[in-house]
Design a protein around this ligand. Structure first.
Ligand code: CA
Length: 226
């Protein structure tokens, strides 16, 4: 059973996360204070930490940084406020594995938790930097460039690219995307994957109408050709 530490000072949010995660079978420990959260995270073993940004005691960014400095490899999801773009970027730079913007749906949160826990437990060789054509993807930092210029990919688009890169030249079907990237298979339609592929092509391909890298394989899925 995975143990999750929730550091969140808003009582309703904390209780909502705790109840829903426990309902899904996770064991949770909660605290409302950043300093206390850091102390617990250093003392006990957790499989995941959900960390709010604005906290009494010590803010989430500092908790995250101090944990990373201590050598902690426990994955962290940062909770950020809507529209606070810099917070997301600083959070990822401080070492958070993912962020989720408030207000969020619990379904979305549970999906992100599943993806992160599976990624952490799967012993797959981790890809750090990957280059194809003029594009460089840094999976560690969620940073991408084309010809040295920043290329704006969302964390989800990075996960899609990770799946592609891991299956280079092989067909990846829509169900694999839903399971590995979204973390659940009950989204309304596999069309979600197609829509995200279309957006990804706009960013990756020179000509999204004539893709050279993300190839549609009729009735099967998609294939990545570097
Ligand atoms: Ca807060």
């Amino acid at each position: 059973m995975s143990r999750i530490l929730i550091v969140e000072d808003e009582p309703d949010m904390r209780r909502g996360l705790k109840d829903n995660l426990e309902f899904e079978g996770y064991e949770t420990v909660t605290t409302a204070n950043g300093t206390e959260g850091l102390r617990m995270a250093l003392k006990e073993d957790f499989d995941l930490i959900i960390l709010d940004l604005m906290l009494p005691g010590m803010d989430g960014m500092d908790v995250c940084r101090k944990l990373k400095e201590s050598g902690s490899t426990t994955p962290m999801i940062m909770l950020t406020a809507r529209g606070a773009e810099e917070d997301k970027i600083s959070g990822l730079e401080a070492g958070a594995d993912d962020y989720i913007t408030k207000p969020f749906s619990l379904k979305e949160m549970l999906a992100r938790v599943k993806v992160i826990l599976r990624r952490a437990t799967q012993d797959r060789p981790s890809i750090h930097d990957y280059t194809f054509g003029s594009i460089v993807l840094s999976f560690d930092k969620y940073k991408a460039t084309r010809n040295g210029q920043p290329l704006d990919l969302s964390p989800r688009e990075f996960e899609m690219m990770r799946l592609f890169v891991e299956n280079e030249g092989k067909v990846v079907n829509r169900e694999q995307f839903l399971e590995q990237v979204w973390g659940y298979t009950t989204v309304p339609s596999t069309r979600t994957v197609d829509n995200h592929i279309a957006k990804l092509r706009q960013k990756i391909e020179r000509d999204a109408e004539n893709p050279q890298h993300i190839i549609t394989v009729h009735r099967m899925g998609y294939k990545f050709i570097p």
